[in-house]
Design a protein. Sequence first.
Length: 138
Amino acid sequence: MNIDLEKIRAFMARDRFASNAGVVIDSVKEDEVLCSMPITPEHLNAVGSVQGGAIFTLADLAFAVHSNLRLLTGEKIGPTVGQSNSISYLAAAKGKTLIARSSCLSRGRSVSVFRIEVWDDLGTFVADMRGNGFTKTV
C-alpha cells in the first residue's frame, strides 16, 4: 500500500467541519492513523471542559481516514461511510492537545470495525470510540 500523507491530507481537507475544528492528520500507516487537535477556547463547553462534540469530531476524522485508506491509496473501491458508532467519555482533558489513535479491529468486504482512542498530551485517556463502517460498492 503506497501511502501519500500529503495527498490524504488534501483529500480530507474537504471535510470542512473537522478542518475548521483544527483537526490535523499527523500520520497514516496501514495499521494506525494518528490525528490531533489543539484545544482552544472554542472547544470548551459551559463548565470549561472540552465539549463532547469536539472530542467526537477528532475521533470521527481518524475513523474516516482509516476506514477509507484503501480508497485514499488508489484501490478501486467505494467510499466507506459510518454505519454506527459508540463513544465513551472517560475523563476530562487536562492538556493542550487531543490525540486520536485509530486501529482496525475487523475489516470485511463491506463492513469494518475500528477502535479510536483519544488521549490528551499529558497522557489522560479521554475517550474510547468504536466506529462501524460500511463500504459502498463502486
